[in-house]
Design a protein around this ligand. Structure first.
Ligand code: NCD
Ligand code: ZN
Length: 361
């Protein structure tokens, strides 16, 4: 058995949801990560400072007492967001960042932004106080092919915004294309990008070849393989602008396995195991710590974690993960389609709840 000890990681993009679903998914992140940027796309969304305080309180109440975990809250940017409220949330340590969803881009994004001019006062204020903007970088125009929506967003929205507000700290979330990687790499250091675990592993064939596989469908949708390889290069390059944001986005099977299934892949339980596999495959295990534990932390200007985690590589693969049961229904865990040999070692009492193995009820 081989082991790898790294600084405890942070997840810079995760969906915890609320209620029974949150209770079931949260321990899978809080067992392994010290902090996470929590997405605000609840129904209704987390828009104000007061919403973020209330949501944070619910998360902390659901947190297993033996887990040492800090949720970092985000505010959902709407065209009626009050700049003073954003600024107060940031300055009082309630919210770490603001999330921009183009209206209609993804799950629960109906209250998002239609006209960027309407949110300029909020963005100008954020640029002044150093509050980061997390961007879902896809246009929603029906005449733009879904596989081109990220590249077109960069050209039409992101680049003009960065030119207009060069001081704004921007995270291009879940980048999925070579175009996105190249754009971010060409920008000054106040732009960063998150990369998900699953976009380093799957391409669009996983979703569509040989049958429609709803558990590989997420937004931004996986692209052709050359883009996945560009993401792997960026993640393993050591470039400080690229960091982990799992975008672990649980949905019950009933909502995914249907004629119009929703977007989102639940990777929290095996994210670090999958990443160790990917970085080992790329001969870059020595860069895993930068990607999961340093780059994002430094971008957000937070102190690096002091505690460590140990990853173990077993000689024989673990039983493939199947699903978890939540009070809202069954949630399928991401299957990377390779045998998982890595896992995170947990001290007694701190392990996440066990997964139901694949093929068992
Ligand atoms: C996310 C969700 O389910 O909330 N879905 C996804 O496919 N990533 C929303 C998002 O981050 O786009
Ligand atoms: Zn997301």
């Amino acid at each position: 058995m081989k082991t790898l000890t790294i600084t405890r990681p942070d997840d810079w993009h995760v969906h915890f949801r609320d209620g029974p679903m949150m209770h079931a998914v949260l321990p899978h992140t809080s067992a392994d990560f010290a902090r996470a940027i929590v997405m605000p796309n609840l129904e209704p969304p987390v828009v104000t400072k007061a919403d973020a305080i209330a949501y944070r309180t619910r998360i902390l109440a659901a947190l297993p007492s033996e887990h040492d975990f800090t949720p970092l809250m985000t505010l959902y940017l709407t065209e009626s967001t009050e700049p003073d409220d954003l600024a107060a949330a940031f300055e009082e340590g309630v919210a770490t960042a603001v999330k921009l969803y183009p209206a209609g881009a993804t799950t629960n994004s109906a209250s998002g932004v239609r006209d960027i001019d309407k949110v300029m006062p909020a963005l100008e204020r954020m640029a002044r106080i150093g509050m980061p903007l997390c961007v879902h970088g896809e246009v929603t125009d029906s005449d733009i092919d879904i596989f081109d929506r990220e590249a077109v967003f960069i050209e039409r929205v992101l680049d003009p915004l960065c030119r207009r507000l060069p001081e704004l700290r921007v995270v291009m979330e879940h980048v999925t294309t070579k175009d996105g990687v190249d754009y971010v790499a060409s920008q000054p250091e106040n732009m960063g990008a998150t990369i998900t675990t699953h976009h380093l592993i799957i391409n669009r064939n996983a979703v569509l070849a040989g049958g429609i596989r709803p558990h590989y469908y997420c937004l931004p949708v996986a692209k052709r393989d050359s883009h996945r390889l560009a993401l792997r290069n960026a993640a393993t390059s050591g470039d400080k602008r690229f960091f982990l944001g799992t975008d672990s986005a649980p949905h019950v099977d009933a909502a995914k396995q249907t004629a119009c299934g929703c977007a989102g892949i639940f990777t929290a339980p095996n994210t670090l195991a999958c990443l160790a596999h990917v970085f080992e495959e790329e001969g870059a295990l020595d860069r895993l710590e930068a990607f999961v534990s340093f780059n994002g932390t430094d971008f957000y200007g937070l102190p690096r974690n002091r505690t460590k985690i140990v990853l173990e590589r077993k000689d024989t693969p673990l039983a493939p993960a199947g699903h978890i049961e939540t009070g809202d229904g069954t949630v399928t865990v991401f299957d990377p389609m390779f045998p998982i040999q890595w896992n995170v070692a947990h001290a007694a009492g701190t392990a996440p709840p066990s997964l139901v193995a694949k093929g068992t009820a």
